[in-house]
Ligand binder design. Structure first.
Ligand SMILES: *[C@@H]1O[C@H](CO)[C@@H](O)[C@H](O)[C@H]1NC(C)=O
Ligand SMILES: *[C@@H]1O[C@H](CO)[C@@H](O)[C@H](O)[C@H]1NC(C)=O
Length: 453
């Protein structure tokens, strides 16, 4: 993006120069025309001009080459001197806005907010984060603890004493007011209240511009930080995105491309959670209406999502090890524990992510998916009657045909606010028996049906 922008400036300057040259040229031309034509040297004059123009063009070409060579560095840092040289080398236009933008994006601080309650095992999460964190200054870790659980507090304090994390505590330990009939869901009310507290601290007290949110039972992949640092640019620049998540709800080893999928990213209409990033702008929007409970399903409702998507990876960058939590352990045993953590780290700072921007992504993705051969879910499952190789599409028309296909193939078959897990415009992408398979709605699909659940 950045190079493109600088390239555009250079191109703009060149064009301005041309226009100016033409103005001067025509000016001089009218004065000189009598004399020059008589002398028969008008041709020479034009040739001289041409030479000048091509020399100028050479200069700009060289500059563009130089810019292209400046590939992004590890940790997203363009050395200050180099950056200054590029920025100073702007012949005419002063583009303060762009300078500021470049500098801000490079230096943005992405705090990691860890929500904690009564799990001393938070040690495992913190050790993972600290192990893979490339830079303490760029990724400060803030642990917010609810529940005032002594053993857990002791563990967190050992990290804050060593200045490895900042420790904050939810002061409100009162019993939440729970509507009749929801007493057994009290935990969810506490969690929503804790999220409100923690995020307010991040954005109002610490005044950060974005946050990465995790819980105390997550392992992170080695490229967790690289993933968020690089996708931050996308999140900030594409208004049709509202979050980046490290999680693939269908991220089991049998459903993802473990060999080649590490770099693969998707857009998703389903808010995945489990290691996710938002900006302060989004928090400004959500805070005034933050719910009393079930915050994640609340986020997934159309009033909050407003048709915006999250970025999610093919292979998860987080994994949960917490069997005991507010949601029951069954879900962990049946599903969560099979989600694979990425094992082949990607340096996302060297990846060109511009194809993830909606305008580029949608056209390509839909054209691709809807050009594929259509097969049945049962044939995919048994691996029979299929084209020799290449990606395939399974079509669904109703909630039940979706659920049946999902069950046959072993994917999550539930919906939240009508959206299937990982779905993008209804399309769910998985990797089965060595090939890509898209579970896609019929081609004149008109949008999610809120009654599908
Ligand atoms: C927070 O940061 C913004 C700029 O990002 C600044 O205008 C504002 O004054 C800051 N607020 C506090 C409380 O520091
Ligand atoms: C990134 O990819 C896009 C096409 O998806 C291309 O137009 C652009 O020039 C590339 N940018 C860089 C810096 O290579």
């Amino acid at each position: 993006m950045k190079y493109k922008r600088l390239g555009l400036i250079v191109a703009f300057c060149f064009v301005s120069w041309l226009v100016l040259a033409l103005v001067i040229f025509s000016d001089n031309l009218s004065k000189k025309i009598d004399v020059e034509t008589r002398k028969g040297s008008l041709l020479k004059y034009i040739q001289e001009l041409e030479l000048q123009i091509s020399q100028q063009e050479e200069t700009y070409k060289l500059l563009v080459e130089k810019l292209k060579k400046l590939t992004p560095r590890p940790e997203n840092v363009v050395p200050a001197m180099e950056l200054k040289r590029i920025l100073d080398y702007e012949p005419r236009t002063s583009s303060l806005a762009i300078r500021k933008d470049v500098l801000q994006e490079k230096s943005v601080i992405l705090p990691v907010l860890v929500f904690s309650c009564n799990r001393p095992d938070i040690r495992r999460s913190l050790d993972g984060l600290l192990k893979y964190r490339p830079e303490a200054k760029k990724f400060p870790i803030i642990v917010s603890q609810d529940c005032a659980h002594g053993a857990t507090a002791k563990v967190i304090r050992s990290y804050s004493d060593a200045s490895q994390v900042t420790y904050i505590q939810q002061p409100d330990q009162s019993e939440p007011i729970v509507p009749p009939g929801e007493a057994k869901f009290k935990g969810y009310f506490k969690i929503a209240r804790h999220y409100l507290f923690g995020l307010k601290q991040i954005f109002r007290t610490f005044n950060y511009t974005a946050v990465i949110i995790v819980e105390d039972d997550l392992d992170v992949a080695p490229d967790f930080f690289s993933y968020f640092a690089s996708t931050y640019q996308l999140l900030k620049n594409d208004p049709t995105l509202w979050c980046v998540s490290a999680w693939n709800d269908n991220g089991k080893a049998t459903l993802v491309d473990m060999q080649q999928g590490s770099q693969l990213l998707y857009r998703s209409d389903f808010f995945p959670g489990l290691g996710w990033m938002i900006t302060k702008e989004l928090w400004d929007e959500l805070e005034p209406k933050w719910p009393k409970s079930y915050w994640d399903d609340w986020m997934r409702r159309p009033e909050q999502r407003k048709d915006r998507a999250c970025i999610r990876p093919e292979i998860s960058r987080t994994r949960t090890f917490g069997k005991i939590g507010v949601s029951n352990g069954m879900f962990f045993d049946k599903h969560l524990k099979y989600i694979k953590l990425n094992e082949m780290p990607v340096d996302f700072s060297t990846q060109n992510l511009s194809h993830m921007v909606q305008t580029a992504y949608d056209a390509d993705y839909f054209r691709h998916v809807y050009s594929l051969p259509v097969v049945s879910a049962s044939d995919v499952r048994t691996n029979t009657n299929l084209p020799f190789d290449g990606p395939l599409r399974i079509t669904y028309h109703t909630k039940d045909t979706f659920k049946n296909a999902a069950k046959l193939l072993g994917l999550m078959d539930d919906f939240k606010s009508g959206v299937p897990r990982t779905g993008y415009h209804g399309i769910v992408s998985v990797f089965l028996n060595g090939r890509r398979v898209y579970l896609a709605p019929h081609s004149n699909w008109k949008g999610y049906d809120l009654t599908w659940s």
